[in-house]
Design a protein around this ligand. Sequence first.
Ligand code: NAP
Length: 366
Amino acid sequence: MTKIPVGILGATGMVGQHYLRLLKDHPWFEVRYVAASPRSAGKKYREAVSGRWHVAGEPGAHVWLLQVEDAGDVSKASAALGRGDCSFVFSALEMGKDETRALEEAYASAGIPVISNASAHRWTDDVPVLIGEVNPDHAGIIPLQQKRRGWDRGFIAVKPNCSIQSYMTPLHALALAGFQAERAVVATMQAVSGAGYPGVPGIDMIDNVIPYIGGEEEKSELEPLKIFGTIEDGVFKNARKPRISAHCSRVPVTDGHLACVSLEFGVKKPSLEEVKEIWASFRGLPQELGLPSAPEKPIIVHEENDRPQPRRDRDAEGGMAAAVGRLRPCNVFDIRFTALSHNTVRGAAGGGILNAELLKYKGYLS
Ligand code: NAP
């Protein structure tokens, strides 16, 4: 099968590097275009990341030799589209929100679909925030987005904030089984890689926990409502439940966001055994379709009382699964548990790749 040529915007950053590592031997996609800031533009990729390649593993050998382009110059990507080197882009840019929003729209307008990790478009009312196992049907808004904006081939689809990834699939699996969470209290312990590179200064992180991550609590409380929402009259209508109260802290862990979650259900409440069974047996559309990056088990249930742990469990299923454990009754709500997800894989590059696989399956990426 001829692979689809793809581009990475923000290819030199933390998430961009994970894209390159994960796409190295991808069966459907091949990276043929890389772009970053004007600081990196004009350099060969190897030179651009010299001294700051952070991830275990390597990109495809040809990637080291690609010239980094300026991500702000859409005409370069258009030219790459024209010569068959960039059919769509993964966006892993770290820029101001307004700038990112405008730039991603410029790519879509130029006929280049954008699968984004940035938060800029998560609240745009015709842009889907996709988790393959939870709301694959939200991709159905893409033709409406294209029509509304006059885009023929381009569109924008995004993935959610990395901090919610560990508990969204577990909540969805319970709701599907008839156990809708009404209220949730979530406390996250988020890895330093979540802040990109160089991120939080080392001196602030060693021997410390920082009980504030700008914007993260608002994202954790609101993004789930869009993801659990519906498409009405061509735009998203948010779900009303669950109401979420989030506390987000930065902890000295390299990768893996951990969340302690307490849930209250409506009248119908599951037993702990039912919850475990629902999670362990849950499979979503990516699993049914056997998409290349889909974890076989999207939710891994731990019985040990000291798991999941970031260092031991973040790489399960290639970093694409949510690991849950410490399931027990809650003294205030109904149940409580701990959940873990790899923030730069499932919460970022791996999640973006799975979204692209889903969108290709649905016929949006030719
Ligand atoms: P990062 O390590 O700081 O990388 C940022 C990338 O953006 C670099 O390639 C950088 O290029 C490029 N860039 C910066 N300013 C630019 C400009 N003016 N024009 C063009 N390119 C520019 O950040 P990251 O952690 O990879 O995050 C990337 C995106 O993913 C962000 O939107 C972030 O919110 C999101 N995200 C991150 C995570 C995570 O766990 N880290 C999880 C989910 C989502 P240079 O190298 O040339 O400066």
